[in-house]
Design a protein. Structure first.
Length: 395
């Protein structure tokens, strides 16, 4: 594709399409948010087709090719390739004149679980399968993970095409800034959200710059759980989930801030309870269970903090079947960001070395997430998280 604006528009179309697909799968295709995202997707696609009236998207060996040009890796495009593969689509062709109804139909079809598309073409949107020479198990993406090094996979294989991380670790200045914020909270000082916002912005930028490298660092750490390190890990793992679903812009930053502050209520729990190696007494457990309410109350009163942060702080221990804590009224609708944060929180807690627990392997953690799917965790979000983890390390 020769026109830069058209390429930008098709990327925006894919981003909005992914968000609409996720919304349709989590809620219904008729949800107002899905309608809004479908309109945004249609607008971007129409704009791209005004420059080039025939646009072809091809999945080859786990990479997305747009009009013959392989695209650089991004979490959004990688997730789109995964959906194409899961639905048995090797080729997507868009023709000028695409209607909003055709986009709605595409969203509804791609949100289906777990059926594969048989015949979903319309007048201006053509779906098809392609078989490349040598493509098979090695070229599969999705249920079996990304192939080779095409999507930035680290480790595995024979080393050919493997990309290693250049980050080393999250920059020390970010953890230092986050540590200062948490220490200030512990001293009952007023929260200054600018430090958190700057850290989240830097992490989002690092994702765009480094691809999977930052996610790998959070997923494979075995460090002792200093609160701010745990917060950074949960933030990274939640951002990865959100970006794979097409969330971007200010909403993505709000998601990162909320995930970063999800455990802020622990700053009001006695240190001897937080670090106690033995099983907590009943009264100590009740104090620990108070931290979601304490955190939410603190964040509700903090100026400049997204309201989403208070919601996630309150809900991150509320199970998918609502049997967790705190107790909520019947029919309570848990925010999807709280659900993503709960999955990230569980992963990092099991991956962290503690006085009473050695770090669990990714395979053991994956089994735990699957076991909690539908009861403790949103099953669709568990599936998405496992796709992310399979891509960065075989589990």
């Amino acid at each position: 594709m020769n026109n830069t604006n058209a390429l930008h528009d098709i990327n925006e179309f894919i981003r909005h399409l992914l968000s609409a697909i996720a919304g349709a799968a989590l809620y219904t295709a008729n949800h107002p948010q899905v309608h809004r995202l479908a309109q945004a997707a249609h607008t971007s696609l129409t704009s791209a087709l005004s420059v080039r009236p025939d646009i072809a998207l091809l999945e080859i060996e786990g990479e997305l090719v747009i009009d013959g040009e392989p695209q650089p890796f991004s979490l959004v495009l990688d997730r789109f390739v995964q959906i194409m593969h899961e639905q048995g689509i090797g080729h997507l062709r868009f023709l000028a004149g695409v209607s909003r109804i055709e986009v709605d139909q595409l969203i509804a079809q791609l949100a289906r679980q777990p059926e594969r598309l048989e015949a979903g073409s319309s007048e201006h949107i053509r779906l098809g399968r392609v078989e490349m020479p040598g493509q098979g198990q090695a070229g599969a993406v999705g249920a079996s993970g990304a192939a080779g090094g095409s999507s930035g996979t680290v480790g595995g294989g024979n080393g050919a095409g493997t990309r290693t991380t250049s980050l080393g670790e999250i920059p020390a200045i970010e953890l230092a800034r986050l540590s200062d914020v948490y220490e200030a909270i512990k001293r009952k000082e007023r929260l200054k959200p600018s430090g958190i916002a700057e850290t989240v912005t830097e992490l989002v930028d690092a994702f765009r710059r480094e691809g999977d490298a930052l996610l790998i660092l959070a997923a494979l750490r075995e460090q002792d759980e200093y609160t701010f390190t745990h917060a950074a890990n949960v933030c990274i793992l939640t951002l990865a989930q959100a970006m794979s679903l097409g969330i971007s812009g200010q909403m993505l930053n709000d998601v990162g801030i909320a995930a970063m502050l999800h455990d802020v209520g622990k700053m009001f729990i006695p240190e001897e309870i937080l670090t106690k190696p033995e099983k907590l007494r009943d009264d100590e457990l009740e104090q620990m269970k108070a931290h979601p309410v304490l955190g939410a109350r603190y964040l509700m009163e903090a100026a400049g903090v997204p309201r989403l942060a208070a919601i996630v702080a309150f809900e991150h221990h509320l199970r998918y079947d609502q049997t967790g804590y705190p107790v909520v009224p019947v029919g309570w609708q848990q925010n999807v960001v709280s659900q993503m944060t709960a999955i990230a929180d569980c992963f990092d807690a099991m991956r962290t070395r503690r006085p009473y627990q050695d770090p669990r392997s990714p395979k053991v953690i994956a089994s735990a997430l699957l076991q909690g799917s539908g009861t403790e965790f949103n099953p669709l979000l568990v599936k998405n998280m496992l796709v992310l983890l399979k891509r960065i390390k075989r589990i």
